[in-house]
Design a protein around this ligand. Structure first.
Ligand code: FAD
Ligand code: SF4
Ligand code: SF4
Length: 479
């Protein structure tokens, strides 16, 4: 093993510098700085090069983490980039926004008493170094194929598939109903976690490499699904999940009670320089308001922190379980607390109060009871524990479900799972329709970027196999 490694005994874990809450809460720039070259090498050298690397096992992409950590520690950055980009289409994005505490880093087995290697930050450093040095190049195709693949959805799943398919020489067209590529990377996740030029840089590279983008084009509306199928030799559905889960309470229809994604999209569009009337007229703008966010996942954390940056008067998060049981990343909760968000744990809203406009939320405390069949403790309302929180903007962040399927494309053969997602054969990612594949959140339900990338890459491989098989069948039929 390289003598550069195994330094965890003497070198403490460090993360890239985080901007102070008092400064960062006034802008939408990322809160973490970059590792310096020396810091990245030092942190990578803490890895003990495990024989069975649990970090890698628990990374959805099975990234070759020990190898790129060793190459980084040895200063062999171009090789580190080659290894890292061999399994991950967007390492600089995953390095920034994967919940590492639940994936690679949470499973790093440096002996007890020592903290995990800062894997995500090193991954980001490797790819940013590659961009700085011009090692990240647009795709060049050696042998063009005549077959074309239509991809519906320019989120991480669709873009990862587009990248791999184009590398294989296919004519790739990506359709998206939005005016920009990136899906939730561009319009969901706020800039303080992922700056937008990181996403547009990837879009530009793909376009330069020959991937054709048809933006502002909704399949099922601007082009029928049947017409799309007729245009392409295979189709990938990577449309994500966008139907907000709702909460039916007295006062739900009051002005000022809004879904999370409407609020985040308005904020992201504003940051991108678009004209956003709902933001400018105050409907989707937290400026000067008492904001209450309902929910405890990543979306809720993005809403509370966005509201802080929009100069809210106060920001309160109501979550029905306790901090230890939050679905969102603990790191994001800590960031939110540092920025001044007030958490009301074990609290559930009961009524939105106001005349036309919401002015407060009546809530009740929760006691966590016995675990149910899923193993999670059941939340029970505590009698006599009612309390009120001022709120003239109430944001519902309770998660997302798929839109109406198969009605979305008017395709009755599109199999639907009991969760409302598209059913696929997991071995091939193929749907019930010949030559139509699916990937990302529309298959898994609301998930993570890294899983979208994994599905997109897998789907690309299976589409390639499908095309080869179809071509072979054509040849055999002609003989
Ligand atoms: P999406 O990113 O949703 O992309 C789907 C695309 O399909 C969209 O661009 C949409 O416009 C397009 N589309 C849909 N229907 C049509 C149609 N009919 N015609 C044309 N185009 C269509 N994950 C993390 O790993 N880390 C995080 O920190 C994180 N934070 C999140 C914060 C928020 C607020 C949200 C909502 C999600 C977050 N996630 C996070 C989850 C992550 O963003 C998703 O799991 C991921 O983006 C899913 O990728 P996808 O490609 O399947 O779908
Ligand atoms: Fe960790 Fe995500 Fe990178 Fe995998 S892709 S190594 S889980 S940060
Ligand atoms: Fe290195 Fe930790 Fe992975 Fe082991 S689990 S190879 S120490 S990063």
């Amino acid at each position: 093993m390289s003598s550069k490694m195994l330094k965890f005994v003497n070198v403490e874990k460090a993360m890239p510098q985080k901007r102070e809450a008092e400064k960062r809460k006034f802008d939408f720039d990322e809160i973490y700085a970059e590792f310096s070259e020396q810091k990245a090498e030092e942190q990578a050298s803490r890895c003990s090069q495990c024989g069975v690397p649990f970090c890698q096992v628990n990374c959805p992409l099975h990234n070759n983490i020990p190898d790129w950590l060793m190459l980084t520690a040895e200063g062999r950055m171009q090789e580190a980039y080659e290894v890292s980009s061999a399994t991950n289409t967007f390492p600089e994005i995953c390095g920034r926004i994967c919940p590492q505490d639940r994936l690679c880093e949470g499973n790093c087995v440096i002996e007890k008493g020592f903290e995990s290697v800062s894997i995500g930050a090193v991954e980001k450093h490797i790819t940013e170094t590659a961009f700085d040095n011009g090692w990240v190049k647009p795709i060049t195709v050696k042998a063009e194929k005549e077959q074309s693949i239509g991809i519906i959805g320019a989120g991480p799943a669709g873009l990862a598939a587009a990248d791999l398919l184009r590398r294989k020489g296919y004519q790739v067209v990506v359709y998206d109903r939005y005016d920009r590529a990136g899906g939730l990377l561009i319009y969901g996740i706020p800039g303080f976690k992922l700056e937008k030029d990181i996403v547009t840089r990837r879009h530009d590279l793909l376009a330069q490499g020959g991937v054709v983008f048809r933006l502002n084009c909704e399949i099922g509306k601007d082009i029928t699904f049947d017409d799309l199928r007729a245009k392409h030799d295979a189709v990938l559905i990577a449309t994500g999940v966008y139907k907000a889960r709702d909460i039916e309470l007295p006062g739900s229809n009051l002005n000022g009670v809004v879904p999370a994604l409407d609020f985040l999209i308005a904020s992201n569009r504003k940051s991108l320089g678009d004209s956003v009337p709902e933001f400018d007229n105050g409907t989707l703008n937290a400026d000067g308001k008492n904001v209450v966010v309902i929910g405890g996942g990543d979306t809720a954390m993005d809403c509370v922190r966005t509201a802080i940056r929009q100069n809210a008067k106060s920001v309160t998060c109501l979550y029905r379980r306790d901090k230890a049981n939050m679905p969102g990343s603990q790191r994001e909760v800590q960031n939110a607390e540092e920025e001044g968000v007030v958490f009301q744990w074990l609290s559930a809203p009961q009524e939105f109060i106001g005349q036309e406009q919401v002015t407060s939320v009546s809530a009740q405390r929760i006691h966590l009871g016995q675990p149910d069949a899923t193993g999670r403790q059941v939340p029970n309302l505590l009698a006599g524990s009612e309390f009120t929180v001022s709120g003239d903007l109430v944001i519902k962040a309770l998660g997302f479900d798929p839109e109406d399927l198969p009605g979305m494309f008017n395709q009755s053969e599109l199999g639907v799972s009991k969760w409302g997602t598209i059913s696929v054969n997991w071995k091939t990612m193929e749907t019930g329709i010949d030559g139509v594949f699916a990937a990302g959140d529309i298959v898994r339900g609301a998930s993570l970027v890294v899983w979208g990338v994994k599905d997109g890459r897998d789907a690309a491989e299976h589409i390639d196999t499908y095309i080869a098989k179809t071509e072979q069948q054509k040849v055999q039929a002609a003989e």
